[in-house]
Design a protein around this ligand. Structure first.
Ligand code: FEO
Length: 398
């Protein structure tokens, strides 16, 4: 026996969560799991919006069977082809041979890369603003290229004013019975994970997210059904506002974070002193992160959140400390922009890393290197402390 949760009227949640996966995309730690959302509309015609990852395939088909309650499946809409949402398409076609799969031109072409045979099942190709009539529900389609992949589209239910938003508005974290955002504690931890999902998965594609936000503004949206994380039916404005900031690469607050690499604690002690000096000047919520210990995905999320960043690192083999180098490469790849950055470098010989870090930072958009780089030669000296005081004075007044 299986039960599914009704979202509204004749719309059902048929996705499932994976609590066992350690790394999303085999890259990002997900200690709280992840959900793969799928939705089913029961109307004159029945319709599924996206499938799920293979890992939760069994639950998906049980849920679908329950939602259909003996009806046949008429449509499967493919909003996004990444395998965490498309893994079950072929199995859906096998189990429901009367189904028509709804693609757009790009996803139709791309799907052929997933299979080793010609497409023989029924398909329906849609373009921007086409309407699919399910009976009571009229669905329309908005193309959202690069809201993660080039073929992405979102589906808008004109009848119930629901946006099926693909990866947009997704978050990490399993759904545990509570499928609505207003049923869970939307605390800092929740938003930290939402931010970590956005910045690492979609962060590179800010302009594409801005484009779909503008399209969504043109229609009335009462509910957002993303492909990961909870469904939003209350206070949509707050979450949309965060998405707007993230996709414009604007900081959410003026907090200061210090990200350091330290082999023998000397660089760490410098950062500790800087934090004390900042606290003395009334700065709150200072965070120190060890680049060697904290997964890059968390650091990227924090970098997106704040305006002011201190990077402190030792020289290493005549270059940048490897973990800091990895972080800088990821910042560059994800188009991190609009930050104030201060540099602290440390080395016993051949101090060159500060110059290289500066070059990397200046290759990013609108990064301001504030204050002269603080150069430590092995351990903090009196002259360094004076520099730190100057840096703290400056940071405290930004
Ligand atoms: Fe959740 Fe881009 O796939």
């Amino acid at each position: 026996m299986k039960i599914v949760r009704k979202i509204k009227n004749d719309l059902y949640y048929i996705g499932a969560s994976d609590m066992r996966l350690h790394l999303f995309e085999n890259l990002f730690p997900i200690n709280e799991g992840v959900s793969y959302n799928s939705y089913c509309i029961i109307d004159s015609k029945t319709c599924v919006l996206d499938t799920v990852d293979h890992a939760v395939e069994e639950s998906f088909f049980s849920n679908l069977n329950c939602a259909l309650n003996g009806r046949k499946l008429d449509y499967l809409i493919v909003n996004h082809l990444e395998p965490d949402h498309s893994s079950c398409i072929q199995e859906v076609i096998l189990r429901y041979p009367d189904v028509t799969v709804v693609f757009n031109e790009k996803s139709y072409a791309m799907f052929q890369k997933f299979i080793d045979q010609p497409i023989t099942f029924a398909t329906h190709i849609v373009k921007e603003n086409d309407i699919l009539d399910l009976g009571h529900h009229k669905l329309t389609f908005l193309m959202a290229p690069m809201v993660h992949w080039p073929e992405v589209m979102v589906t808008y239910d004109m009848t119930d004013k629901i946006l099926f938003s693909a990866d947009a508005f997704g978050t990490f974290g399993a759904l545990q019975g509570n499928i609505f955002a207003d049923e869970v504690n939307l605390n800092d931890t929740f938003y930290a994970e939402a931010r970590r999902y956005y910045t690492n998965i979609v962060g590179k594609f800010g302009p594409a997210v801005q484009a779909i936000l503008k399209k969504a503004q043109a229609v009335e949206v009462e509910m957002i059904c993303p492909l990961h994380g909870p469904i939003w039916r209350k206070n949509l404005k707050d979450f949309i506002h965060r998405y707007d900031l993230w996709s414009r690469y604007e900081a959410e607050d003026q907090d200061i974070i210090i990200i350091y690499g330290s082999m023998y604690n000397n660089t760490y002690h410098v950062c500790e002193d800087l934090a004390l000096l900042l606290a003395d000047r009334g700065v709150k919520n200072i965070k120190l992160y060890d680049v060697s210990k904290v997964d890059i995905s968390y650091l990227i999320a924090e970098i997106f959140r704040v305006k002011n960043i201190v990077l402190a690192f030792p020289n290493y083999n005549g270059g940048i400390y490897p973990k800091m180098h990895d972080l800088l490469n990821d910042m560059q790849a994800l188009n991190v922009s609009n930050k104030n950055v201060a540099i602290i470098e440390n080395g016993t010989w051949a101090l060159i890393a500060g110059k290289k870090v500066r070059e990397l930072l200046l290759s990013m958009k609108n990064i301001e290197i504030i204050f002269e780089p603080v150069r430590i030669e092995t351990t903090e000296k009196k002259a360094n402390l004076e520099q730190l005081i100057g840096l703290a004075d400056l940071l405290a007044h930004l």
